[in-house]
Write a protein that binds this ligand. Structure first.
Ligand code: GLC
Ligand code: CA
Length: 518
């Protein structure tokens, strides 16, 4: 387990939209370098960069054409290396995004694989034995797009053919087992890409669709897990400080497969949803019928989260970390359904539970979801990918380019939140995030380690009270005061709103959060 994860807090950067240092309208590596001090000062000591490799950008870079070459719009490989160096100087770490399960249809491997005659890359992807053969449970096929007399499997969009890691239980002659030399060659190619960037100074990877590798896998993901265990063995032997976080959202499976961290995503059943995303969306992506725990009138109940989280925590927290997210490039921004006070309380929980939290750029100021047309395969996700809002100058300080040259438009609202404004307001969301992350940095009991104890978490009752080492924490998201009988007394360490923990009772005003030392 990499030691640096003990107190890591990640900041996710969508490189297109963070900071444009050369004025061409799109974010770049140099822009990230210039903002490292901002991120560090915020209290985040690690970065996850969304894919920044050569790509036709039909899925915002999740369609990689060359894994070993950065996309020129962000800069050169040398610029990315400089970003690693600058981050390391500040004691920060950088994860790249590893799209392990598929490539772009323009990747040279696929251009070979689709040819009529067999060649070295013919089985780098999964092809049937005939153009007229397609259809299998849980996988999608494309036919009629290549000279090769066969159909191929995709993982996501049509532009993303699935790499061949084999099948758990091959049923058809064209399905290879996971230990077939061709499937093993794919795995070795992936390891080679990982070594390339680790040797260049990357500190690890966020793995895209990590559970998707071996096809027709079982519920326990036996086949895919075996691949990751093999990769983890390589890391342990050669790169023991490299970290892997999975897009999987099943910590017991993902961490047993060798990941160091696994995200809780907004999928049904992750528990995370009930905290901040328990709404329905209308056709325009506008949230309604919101019952999230952190809504002040949401009739929320922490058990909905804990009943799913705790069994996972029990099974997984000794082998790795659960990662809670404020959001990501695929989700709507929760500022759309939660007020700044509600956001502050939600972040307070995310940043003080065990594990390694991830903050999506802009969530620290409550950046809004914008209702704008799709870009690069984003569809409804596009509105969460708009330029970072630094200050009230041109393009909200993101870029000096003309507004019509921007990768995506900036928030046009006169009240668009910005870093500069919130920096100067001691009660802003930005300063609350800073205070929370400072607290976490100062208190080892609040960092990644699995020392969680539940003190008060009753169905349909508030507050929620928990303990971590020598600290007691409580949150009351509702509009009414709440108290719990607890035989404890603590000295206040930090609070949002007013609350107390004195002999016999934890008293919480409406919408408050407190931390006490026993
Ligand atoms: C993951 C990414 C998403 C991408 C998809 C296909 O879910 O987070 O943005 O579109 O995989 O690679
Ligand atoms: Ca640029």
């Amino acid at each position: 387990m990499p030691k640096w994860l003990d107190d890591a807090v990640f900041y996710e950067i969508y490189p297109q939209s963070f900071y444009d240092a050369n004025g061409d309208g799109i974010g770049d590596f140099e822009g990230v370098i210039q903002k490292l001090d901002y991120i560090n000062d915020l209290g985040c000591n690690a970065l996850w960069l969304n894919p920044c490799f050569d790509s036709p950008f039909k899925d915002a870079g999740y369609d990689v054409r060359d894994y070993k070459k950065t996309a020129p719009r962000y800069g050169t490989n040398e610029d990315l290396r400089r970003l690693f160096t600058e981050a390391h100087k500040r004691n920060m770490h950088v994860l790249l995004d590893l799209v392990a399960g598929h490539t772009s249809e323009e990747h040279p491997w696929f251009l070979e694989s689709r040819k009529e005659r067999p060649n070295e890359y013919w089985n780098r992807y999964i092809w049937t034995d005939n153009w007229f053969t397609w259809g299998a449970d849980g996988v999608r096929f494309i036919s009629g797009e290549a000279p090769r007399n066969a159909s191929y499997i995709i993982n996501f969009f049509k532009c993303q053919p699935a790499l061949n890691y084999g099948f758990l239980n091959p049923k058809e002659p064209w399905q290879q087992p996971a230990d077939h030399p061709d499937a093993l060659a794919t795995r070795e190619a992936l390891k080679d890409i990982m070594r390339f960037w680790l040797d260049a100074g990357a500190d690890g990877f966020r793995v895209d669709m990590a559970d998707s590798l071996v096809k027709l896998d079982d519920d326990r993901k036996t086949g895919t897990s075996a691949v990751w265990k093999d990769i983890r063995a390589m890391l342990d032997a050669r790169y023991p400080e490299a970290a892997l976080v999975s897009e999987w959202s099943n910590p017991p499976l993902a961490l047993n497969a060798g990941f160091h961290m696994d995200f809780l995503l907004d999928h049904a059943g992750s528990g995370y949803r009930s905290l901040v995303r328990d709404y329905r969306l209308d056709a325009d992506m506008r949230p309604f019928d919101d019952n999230s725990f952190f809504k002040k009138d949401g009739r929320g109940d922490i058990r909905r989260f804990l009943d799913q989280y705790l069994p996972w925590y029990e099974r997984a927290s000794r082998i790795g970390h659960i990662s809670l997210i404020t959001g990501n490039h695929d989700t709507g921004r929760i500022s759309g359904n939660l007020s700044n006070r509600e956001l502050a309380l939600a972040y307070a929980l995310f940043f003080t539970l065990p594990g390694v939290p991830f903050l999506y750029y802009g969530d620290e100021i409550g950046m809004r979801y914008l209702y704008i047309p799709t870009k690069e395969g984003g569809y409804t996700r596009t509105g969460s990918r708009t330029p970072m809002q630094w200050n009230k100058s041109k393009n909200l300080g993101f870029s000096t380019a003309e507004p019509d040259k921007l990768y995506l438009p900036v928030d046009p609202g006169a009240d668009a939140p910005t870093v500069e404004e919130q920096h100067n307001d001691p009660h802003s969301l930005l300063n609350t995030v800073k205070a929370l992350l400072n607290l976490r940095r100062a208190e080892p009991d609040l960092q990644s380690k699995p020392n969680l104890e539940i003190l008060y978490a009753e169905k349909q009752r508030l507050p929620f009270v928990y303990r971590r080492g020598n600290l007691v924490l409580a949150v009351n998201p509702s509009a009414v005061d709440a108290h719990a009988a607890l035989p404890l007394t603590g000295t206040p360490v930090y609070a949002i709103g007013s609350c107390s923990l004195t002999q016999g009772s934890c008293r919480m005003d409406a919408q408050s959060f407190g931390v006490w030392r026993l």
